[in-house]
Design a protein around this ligand. Sequence first.
Ligand code: C2E
Ligand code: CA
Ligand code: CA
Length: 775
Amino acid sequence: MLIRSLQHRIAVLFVGLLVLVMALILVLVSRSNEHTIAAEMEQGLSTGAHVFTRLIEQNQRQLEITATVLSADFGFREAVATQDRPTIRSVLSNHGLRIGAQVMMVIDSGGRLIASVQPSGSAPDASPFPDMLAIAGAQGKSSDFKQLKDGRLYQIVLVPISAPKFIAWVAMGFPVDDRWARDLSEITGLSISVIHHDHDSIALLASSLDGSQRKAVPTGLLPLLRENTSEILSLDGEHYQIRQIPLGHEASVILQRSLEKAEAPFRAMQTALWTIVLGGIAMFVVGSIIFARRIARPVNHLAEVARRIQDGDYTHPIPRLPPDEIGQLALSFDHMREGIAAREDKILKLAYEDSLTGLPNRTFFLEAFERHPKNEPATIAIFNLERFGMINNALGHPIGDQLLHEVGVRLAHFTPGGALAARLWVDEFAFLLEGADEAVVKSFAEALLDTMRAPILLEGQRLDVDGSLGIALYPKDGRDITTLMRRAELAMYSAKRRHAGFAFAADADSDPPHEQLSLLGEMREALIRQEFVVYYQPKLNLISGKIIGAEALLRWQHPGRGLLAPQDFIPFAEKTGFIREITPWLLESVVTQAERWRGDGYLLALSINISAIDLLNPDLVDQMRRLVALRKVPAGELYLEITESALMAEPELALAHLAELEALGFKLSIDDYGSGQASLAYLKTLPVHELKIDQTFIRSVINSPKDSAIVRSTIVLCHELGLSVVAEGAETLDILDWLRKNDCDLVQGYAIARPMPAGEIPAWIEAFKRKGITG
Ligand code: C2E
Ligand code: CA
Ligand code: CA
């Protein structure tokens, strides 16, 4: 629609401009023609009138000369003197006929007619032209136009005959008739009509016109003459401009110049001009339509391609056009189309492809499962790399990325039975297999682990990669992808804990509660969305009375359930092994906080709770090593709190790691002392710096003599072993007093402060410095 209007607009604009110019030219030309015609008419009439007057005068002179010659003729004079009428008549007609005069008379001095020659059939007047004779008597001659008895008009001259004395008058006259009018008309180029005119009638005496025009003269003229206007005389469709000239006293001549004749040459020119104008416009219309089409068609084409691009079809290239501006536009447009196509390709890749490994990503994997026919069994397997965090930390992220890339390449080629491999996140991969035959899946798992166990060479270093696989079967272990993936993940953690290589969901957890399955997914999201928050609980030195540190305690700002306490998720995170994702994050965040507080002048030793599973994780030791090397917090300012039970699970590995951490300078703290079985004698063999007496004992030091005895002796023993003692859960000032009296070093509890967000710590410390313990 738009294009059509463009085409129309171009055509209309061009044609409109041309029409305008042409109309202007036409108006100017016809205006100037009108002027020219008007001037020409005026000029023609003036010249005609002039010539006409001259001709009348010439006729008069000719008459006079002939009459004078005649009067000088001796014989004629004799005949007049003797009144010899036949001779007179013969001489008169001889001379008159020679010049075409039709009226010839001889009049005696008394005014009486002596002889005359006149057109036949008209009786002569006995005493003609008395008025002329009176003038001639005075002036010697006279001339006039006279209507004679025959009703016709004549140009008459009177000349005296002297012999030598005046004896008579000779009169001669030409008839003023149609021939006369036509002759004069031919010479002057005007139409001529002679009329007799009194107030309300006009008699036509002669005219160069004929036919109906001639008949129309009296009626046409009458109103004009009566009003005395210079209007146009219209005669039977032809128009005349007129000029009236009196002919003697009785008649007048009407000189007529035909408007049509005057206009004729201009009319021809006008016709030619109109032909040119209309022809030109027609040609221009055609030309500009063709031109507009030529512009609009490629534009139209571009619009069509743009519409297709809008619909997501980038496949149609734009045909080459002539290399004008539109051709250039089309070319850029085509480049744009290719650009968009390439970018869309890239976006699709980004949406569905993991850029690091080139494997399909999580989204693609989920959609692939959705596409899987619901009535056919399938297998979901989740594979997690062992020790990836450690490799990443020890060798740096570029190597970690390369490793993942290599793993991706391996997995891309490991697709037995058309299995689909995808990368879910960091070091976790997923597989979708057709069918759910346990034997088949088992051999798949074994083959996969085998493939993965082959060492990878990266920058000259040999890396042993290993991993654990968790397997969930559709529809047996779950009907939706979320359940299946979480169960597979739980199975994977179970395999990891048991160093079993792989595990089936059914074996890992016979019937995991639904909320636990979703909890695992939620925790992962929480880590990504930064929903975990660290609270800090101040630690008071009872001897100096100063706050010397704080314990980091995790909270989960859950989007739906509010602020969750550790009991609500830590046990599950420990059970599933997910704590291994949380603790490194926590370490980072606590160290960062320690740096900030040190910067602000608060030298606080921060304690972090380490789970049993963390203690067995070599990646953690590695991360701690990096922290010490890179961050501005001395290792001695960081306390790692471990429970006795953590040491019991796998004592050798745990001890080895503890020794490493101690060597790095970290302080180790035994948490919840007294709730387990460990004896102080056993603890003596450990590289421990601090002991935290469980709050169940502290709570009852006042009331239970037995508990107070245990706490008192523990303090003494610890001091002997060189350990400092922290009392946990001191809720009252009495307990604080008791602890102080019994030489407890440090204390933590609601009596001093509850755990609070990091941001509140500095203000709280300032208040504590001013007011001390407020309860
Ligand atoms: P915990 O390590 O024994 O931490 C001390 C717990 O006692 C904290 O509970 C603290 O709020 C509470 N507490 C301190 N003073 C008093 C008191 O005067 N009276 C009473 N009734 N309680 C007091 P919270 O923060 O709920 O932590 C519970 C447990 O969750 C911790 O026990 C610890 O085992 C675990 N946990 C907390 N944060 C982490 C963490 O970041 N990682 C790991 N692995 N475990 C953590
Ligand atoms: Ca603790
Ligand atoms: Ca504790």
